[in-house]
Write a protein that binds this ligand. Sequence first.
Ligand code: URA
Length: 432
Amino acid sequence: MSENDAHDVIEVITAKRDGQVLTDSQIDWVVAAYTRGDVADEQMSALAMAILLNGMQRAEIARWTAAMIASGERMDFSSLSRPTADKHSTGGVGDKITLPLAPLVAACGVAVPQLSGRGLGHTGGTLDKLESIPGWRAALSNDEMLAQLEEVGAVVCAAGDGLAPADKKLYALRDVTGTVEAIPLIASSIMSKKIAEGTGSLVLDVKVGTGAFMKQVDQARELAETMVGLGQDAGVHTVALLTDMSTPLGRTAGNALEVRESVEVLAGGGPADVVELTVALAREMLAGAGHEDVDPADVLASGRAMDAWRAMIRAQDGDPDAELPTGRETHVVPAPATGTLSRLDAMAVGMAAWRLGAGRARKEDPVQAGAGVEWHARPGDEVREGEPLLTLHTDEPERFERALASLEGGYEIGASHEPGPLVIDRVAGAVR
Ligand code: URA
């Protein structure tokens, strides 16, 4: 019997359907056979649903992750003269943190190899944001990436097709079969790409709240512990922060709008929550890479992170001095009453930005660089009736109506506001 017919797909599906633990050999076989095309999409979707319903044990998740890594190439940064650290966010609204964070950590002496994706649904994609900078190019060869990491210290670029191809296929399938939300599948999907990418240490920003995958802290903690365990088992120093995503980050959601806000942070200004999270994640990345003696807040204030940003954009043919695109049309939403903004819902804002053209419904759709939402107050701020609360931007004014509909019920003005912490918890070890 050849390796290709070591198992039968029905045997693997029914084992998981009946709540059994899959063997290493079943897992290796089914992931490889699906990647080759010998297991059909409908069979893999049945297995993904069985995993969603019945879960997986820790050892099964580790083996599934290893099988997805083995489906493609692994990058190797061991020739670099500095250590490497990366960050991954599970996705949120207004989450532009990678933009100031990568150059900040590079300016602190640690190389950041960040392979990013494009946005799907209500959360934005880092590559879409950077592509709003005239000339900037997301596709780099492995050699270009290595050279830029040595010279500039930070790279944000598109993951090539060679990295965890099993995940690429499976993620697209999960997206259309209602099986995205399975913790074993999310954890193995994220960690297979990060381990294959070859970073020495990793910080995970696991979002919690209405605008995140994980709406509850307990679910987010379980995902964080699973991913931290997978990273540690693979020899990658991995820590996770659980951070609030009930309110969107900063003051903007949309591609060029978020680049502008990130540049403000690099220039020493910008919204306090974006600065706080950037510095908190930078501290974790530096500690993971053995550079805990460097204070990222000092480096941010010194302007060296801005120098690294400019070098990083130029190295990928972008013009850091070019004017950023703006939406051709704007629509202002006034505050309906005077008082304290007590709630601004991340999901409502994310949906509005998406409907204005900042995001895409299908992965082939284009995005508008200038589209998005700007909010003029954050929860806790005083607002006055009739003054601007939100500004919507788009090139296509017919989009305003649906964007406004998604904002209905998405904000409240009251007498007071009790702010919760931005960083809710830190997970540095896994439950075994
Ligand atoms: N991001 C990923 O890369 N994979 C998932 O499964 C979910 C979010």
